[in-house]
Design a binder for this molecule. Structure first.
Ligand SMILES: NC(=O)C1=CN([C@@H]2O[C@H](COP(=O)(O)OP(=O)(O)OC[C@H]3O[C@@H](n4cnc5c(N)ncnc54)[C@H](OP(=O)(O)O)[C@@H]3O)[C@@H](O)[C@H]2O)C=CC1
Ligand SMILES: O=C(O)C1=N[C@H](C(=O)O)C[C@H](O)C1
Length: 247
């Protein structure tokens, strides 16, 4: 049994993960921490790994605590940028035996969707992403869509794929989405949705749409467990659950 503390344990994702971890028989949830709770509960319980699923406002403080105490961290919280990643690397420089694994998406299906999108990316002229989420989400675009755009852009750059055609010369602000590494990302926030994404590719005469749907947050638990197992062998900062999966 791996001793795990969950930060954000009473949230939508956190409560689903705690239930999944307890049902797995592989994870011992030794601390369930939420807003206002003392982080010392994590060290007192002897946690080997912290799973952070809080908010963009809270996650950096929790990670600083984890790294300072030499506790590995698996991060489901989104809203990261280069400056935040650089800060985490700096903390980890002082804790060379500790690993932090940032997972913009824990769902195995979403990881495969991103991999398939990266594979398809050089073969089409156009690519745009639509991400659809519940309206209580803090960050836009989603961490998954930003990561997908980065993977697509890297694959197109490596293959020498030209920029996508776009004749737009007059547009309302936001009409063409947010550009992440040059890939337009369109964010929808709709009551009733959980987490969904479409990557739409096109060339003359054909399109390819790759879609993933999270219907229930229980679907995030198996990937989070793989992250917990994997992070114990990692050192430093790793971005992407695919790095600990045998895909
Ligand atoms: N990687 C993945 O696969 C997924 C990632 N996410 C990401 O996970 C994060 C959480 O999402 P979701 O569960 O929907 O959000 P919720 O708001 O439902 O849950 C967040 C929880 O964290 C608590 N919290 C806030 N600050 C702290 C703190 N300092 N210490 C401990 N707990 C704190 C909140 O408390 P309070 O409500 O009192 O503020 C709340 O209970 C988001 O960043 C989201 O994008 C979500 C789903 C999947
Ligand atoms: O906030 C959510 O709900 C989700 N957040 C993650 C993201 O920003 O990509 C993962 C998933 O899409 C659910």
């Amino acid at each position: 049994m791996i001793k795990v503390a969950v930060c954000g344990a009473r949230g939508k994702l956190g409560s689903a993960l705690v239930a999944g971890f307890k049902a797995s028989g592989e994870i011992d949830v030794v601390a369930e921490v939420d807003f206002g709770d003392d982080l010392q509960a994590i060290t007192a319980a002897g946690a080997e790994v912290i799973v952070d699923v809080t908010s963009p406002d809270a996650v950096m403080g929790n990670l600083e605590f984890a790294v300072k105490h030499g506790i590995h961290a698996v991060v489901g919280t989104t809203g990261f940028d280069d400056a935040r990643l650089e800060q985490i690397r700096a903390w980890l420089g002082e804790a060379p035996a500790t690993g932090v694994l940032i997972c913009p998406n824990f769902s195995i299906g979403a990881i495969l969707m991103m991999q398939f999108a990266a594979k398809a990316a050089p073969y089409f002229e156009s690519v745009e992403i639509i991400e659809l989420h519940h309206p209580t989400k803090a960050d836009a675009p989603s961490g998954t869509s930003a990561r997908t755009a980065e993977l697509i852009a890297a694959a197109r750059l490596a293959a020498g794929t030209p920029n996508a055609p776009d004749a737009t010369s007059v547009a309302l602000e936001g009409a063409r989405g947010a550009k992440v590494e040059g890939v337009p990302v369109h964010s929808l926030r709709v009551r009733g949705l959980v987490a969904h994404q479409e990557v739409i590719f096109g060339s003359v005469g054909e399109t390819l749409t790759i879609r993933h749907d999270s219907m229930d947050r229980s679907g995030f638990a198996p990937g989070a467990i793989a992250g917990i197992k994997g992070v114990r062998t990692l050192r430093g900062l790793t971005v992407g659950l695919e790095n600990v999966l045998d895909l």
